[in-house]
Design a protein around this ligand. Sequence first.
Ligand code: SF4
Length: 502
Amino acid sequence: MSPLGARPRGAASAPRHACGVFGVYAPGQPVSQLTYLGLFALQHRGQESAGIAVSDGQTITVVKDMGLVTQVFDERTLASLQGHLAVGHTRYSTTGSSSWQNAQPVYRSVGDAGFALGHNGNLTNTAELAAELGMLPGMVGERSRVDSTTDSALVAELIARAWPAEARSDGRDLERSLEAVLPRLQGAFSFVLMDDSHLIGVRDPHGFWPLVLGRLDGGGWVLASETAALDIIGAHHVRDVQPGEMVVIDATGLRREHRYAEGDPRLCLFEFVYFARPDTRLYGQSVHAARRRMGEELARQAPVAADMVMPVPESGVPAAQGYARVSGIPYGDGLVKNRYVGRTFIEPTPQLRGLGVRLKLNPLREAIEGKRLVVVDDSIVRGTTTRQVVAMLREAGAEEVHFRVSSPPYRWPCHYGMDTGRRGELLAADLSVGEIREYLGVDSLAYLELDRLRRATGAQPSAFCTACLTGEYPVPVADADGDRKRVLEEPFLDLRPVDAAG
Ligand code: SF4
């Protein structure tokens, strides 16, 4: 077997997100149902577990379980969650195991009070904080009251320890504790928190993951990972929670808009490329329109003679439309996606894993037979799916396959909350574009250049994290020796586009 064929690969080929968060403060409105709908809109951000915490002003009730939002909640459960204030969470695990204990919202009681926390992101100083608290990774339950292994549980523990010994009559203990804890956190976090009468939203100073503030028509405030979750419940987008900002909502409305740290915006660039729903707006820009512009830029940068432009559905659709528009090559569908494939709960044996792509995507032979194809996708992370898609297209009679990717090679792992696996699992970690072309078995391959990608977003080009593409991390991360660095070293790789001859 060639060295390429022998490369270790994870079961999943696409990047997976960490979480979606949602919160609503709306007396007189069905807050648990609104949270359910908000989480349903954010389901793409995490499919392992879902949870809702609701307060009626006296008691906080939390329901959470493994599975999709629709599997965890039914009408009866939602009807039993009465209150005026709720937070919700959908999770994909990037720290801690995939288990009920690690599902969120995390609830902590502190004396007579309690609070619930939902977290999107990863801290980068978890080990240091755990050591400070006298907790050992993986053994935290034996050493303290923390009963799960996530960095989110660690944050809850920090807040609980910062809680004033004497509760004040103004009921702002959660806010004060949080203010004491936030300067100690490093890395990526968009939090929604609640006690029995306050809803709080917080974004880390770089704003790696989005968090928006919305307003309900009938009164009430909403926090959500994406604007699409506001749309789905009929809320208006008021503004983004700013990097380094904490907002506090209570019976008086949006009571506090507090900058706890200077912001240096570095939104994850992959929110534009892949993660966010196309109907979401980021930095005031339509994600769908930005993805079309990425395809247009790709056509200008890497033209090729072909008969049809087709997407890898559904993630590649807008970029393929953009590529077709600029190139003048007809757009067509060459792969049919099964809309009903979610989690299959099938053990990933090698034999079944091979079937996995066919379960999701099947070629349309009559559309592709004898044709020279431009196939557009938004990213290649591990490359397993792409390789199988190319093989299926060739089996179905494609004459040529030219692969175009609307983002640059993904070469360093994300430490901020997106799961791509270890560096050794990333296809482009130590392969040139020429070697990747060979591995995928395509006639030509091109990745969109970083400057073109940033321009296509329509946003300020410097306001992005690009660490997984450049190795330049806005918040220092540990290298292979455990030393904290902003820039991880790399061997020189030739990243120019290539065709079969080149
Ligand atoms: S490293 Fe990549 S995936 Fe992670 S936040 Fe930065 S741009 Fe996003």
